[in-house]
Design a protein around this ligand. Structure first.
Ligand code: 1GP
Length: 228
């Protein structure tokens, strides 16, 4: 899946990036960002992307204020390792009646931020999961499954120097029965292939799509993931 941040480019540019990502084989476009995202920007970006890409558009919101009725679905996420209840259930409480009124499809997802966490860790007030302590990630992931969530997302943070470690991905994959999403710091086909081989069912890239416009970096990443 490809992540586009509505705060990082115009809606028109997001649409052309989404079109390129779709051509490169991505399975869905995620729309969201940690800071500076308004509902107006989300609406404009989602509508522009819907006009340009054939793949589903799924919201990946930082708060109840960055939703749009025009998306195909919403990752209804809880940052389980946040120290702030607002990010575990507070924003969700505010969003729920709006989402119900819109009739937007919700996909319940546990969002787990792993060291270094980057901006997601900061704005999420995350009690970061240590890279070398898989059992903490397993505890959260199992709890997510038992709470009825449909996906677990291991996030190293956008722009992280390294993706989530293979050992941690493998440990979580072996512990749970629901699909595992991994993102943050994945910029090469080698890294993407390693993350998929370790057990990620869904691999998310953001930064590479914004910086590698002219190259076929994303196509190579998608091929590496799908070859596993
Ligand atoms: C989104 O972490 C991913 O949650 C995106 O990370 O920008 O490093 O690809 P990158």
């Amino acid at each position: 899946m490809t992540l586009l941040d509505p705060d990082k480019q115009t809606a028109e540019d997001a649409a052309s990036l989404a079109g390129e990502a779709g051509d490169a084989g991505t399975d869905a476009i995620m729309v969201g960002g940690s800071t500076g995202v308004t509902q107006g920007k989300v609406d404009d970006t989602v509508l522009a992307i819907k006009g340009a890409a054939k793949v589903p558009v799924i919201l990946f919101p930082a708060s109840a204020g960055s939703l749009s009725p025009h998306a195909d679905a919403l990752f209804f996420m809880s940052l389980l390792n946040s120290k702030d209840p607002r990010l575990i259930v507070g924003e969700q409480r505010l969003a729920a009646p709006v989402v119900k009124a819109w009739g937007l499809e919700t996909i319940p997802m546990a969002y787990l931020v792993v060291e270094p966490g980057m901006r997601a860790g900061e704005v999420g007030h995350a009690d970061l999961i240590p890279r070398k302590t898989p059992f903490i990630a397993i505890q959260y992931a199992l709890a997510a499954q038992m709470l009825g969530m449909k996906l677990v997302y291991l996030e190293a943070g956008s722009g992280a120097p390294e993706p989530v470690p293979d050992k941690l991905i493998r440990a979580v994959r072996e512990a749970i029965g629901i699909p595992l999403v991994v993102g943050g710091g994945i910029r090469t086909e080698k890294a993407a292939g390693a993350v998929a081989a370790a057990g990620a069912d869904i691999v998310v890239t953001g930064t590479i799509v914004e910086v590698a416009r002219e190259g076929d970096a994303l196509r190579r990443i998608v091929e590496a993931v799908k070859a596993v």
